[in-house]
Design a protein around this ligand. Structure first.
Ligand SMILES: [Zn+2]
Length: 327
């Protein structure tokens, strides 16, 4: 099983460490390794991290997206090669780093895969920062790289200002998934579901006295699904869906299982690694979506996925499948 890697980016002071600490406060049993890049004179971020279960690696002598990229590559290599390594790796980028370059390091090791890029944006200051003549381009690039944008410090602005900044982000970053200041369990839902199974993802969210931001929706079918229809449905998912995971069987290779991973704008649908098992043939296809509770529309999602079972595959496609010896 390959190890998912999440990159947390965002400008200086945006609230990356707060997000990380919320994740570490409730890692939901996932064994985490955290790589922190902070190269200021005081290494505050690493001091704040109170991680008991996992491990924290601090890279401090430069920026991991450029000057000390080799150190990051080595640290990731070391984590990936360990026999009892982590189940998930989270990299906290420095405030001036380009998250895409860090993500490239994560994607270059065969045992690691880039799960997603989460960029933290300060609700109070992000628009000013983008206008800034010195750092504006950097902040804009960070936002553009985001699969999910976490809006921080929403308690410092009123509801109206919060709506405005969300609308602005939606225009600035097409298709952006914007999540407002997630609490501890929510950060885990957002970041760690890549390492969790569908079952863990589909458990009820409302286990907290605060109004929970997320809701889940599940899709289960006994039949195999049509890969083309499924890929089209995933690509058409609304921005209300921030996370999805699935283990499905496709008519194009019914003996296999395929794993769907979706983090905001990023998704993949790949054959499950390892040997094909005989008992997979009777497995149902399961997809679980986590989305913003106030925007998630179960009927819309149901309609979107309704065409995915093979019953809807046109005759011509069936003939093609038979020719290729798959049915
Ligand atoms: Zn850099």
């Amino acid at each position: 099983m390959n190890i998912p890697v999440t990159v947390i980016g965002g400008y200086l002071g945006a609230g990356k460490t707060t997000l990380l600490n919320r994740l570490l406060a409730d890692p939901q049993g996932v064994k985490l390794a955290v790589v922190v890049n902070d190269f200021g004179s005081v290494n505050i971020d690493a001091d704040l991290i109170a991680n008991r279960e996992g491990e924290t690696i601090s890279l401090t002598n430069g920026c991991v997206c450029c000057s000390i990229g080799d150190n990051l590559a080595l640290a990731l290599h070391d984590l990936a090669e360990r026999p009892d390594g982590p189940q998930h790796i989270v990299i906290e980028a420095s405030g001036v780093a380009d998250p895409v370059r860090i993500a490239d390091y994560a994607a270059s090791h065969p045992r690691l895969f880039l799960d997603g890029i989460v960029v933290v944006a300060d609700a109070e200051t992000v628009r000013e920062r983008v206008q800034d003549k010195y750092v504006g381009d950097l902040v804009r690039d960070q936002l553009a790289a985001a699969d999910v944008i976490v809006l921080s410090k929403t308690d410092l602005v009123d509801a109206d200002a919060c709506r405005q900044v969300r609308a602005w982000l939606a225009a600035e970053v097409p298709g952006a998934r914007v999540v407002a200041a997630p609490g501890a369990g929510e950060v885990a839902d957002l970041v760690l579901s890549g390492a969790a199974g569908c079952e863990a993802m589909s458990r009820p969210r409302a286990d907290d006295e605060h109004a929970r931001q997320f809701a889940t929706w599940s899709f289960v079918r006994r039949q195999t699904l049509d890969g083309g229809a499924l890929r089209a449905a995933i690509a058409a998912l609304p921005p209300a869906v921030v996370r999805a995971k699935g283990v499905v069987r496709l008519s194009e290779a019914p003996e296999r299982r395929f794993v769907l991973q979706l983090v905001g704008r990023r998704w993949s649908l790949e054959p499950e690694a390892g040997e094909v098992r005989d008992d997979w043939a009777s497995d149902p296809s399961v997809i679980v979506c986590i989305g913003l509770a106030d925007q998630l529309e179960p009927e819309g999602l149901e309609a979107l996925f309704a065409a995915t079972p093979t019953g809807h595959v046109p005759q011509a496609a069936r003939a093609l499948l038979r020719r290729e010896g798959r049915s």
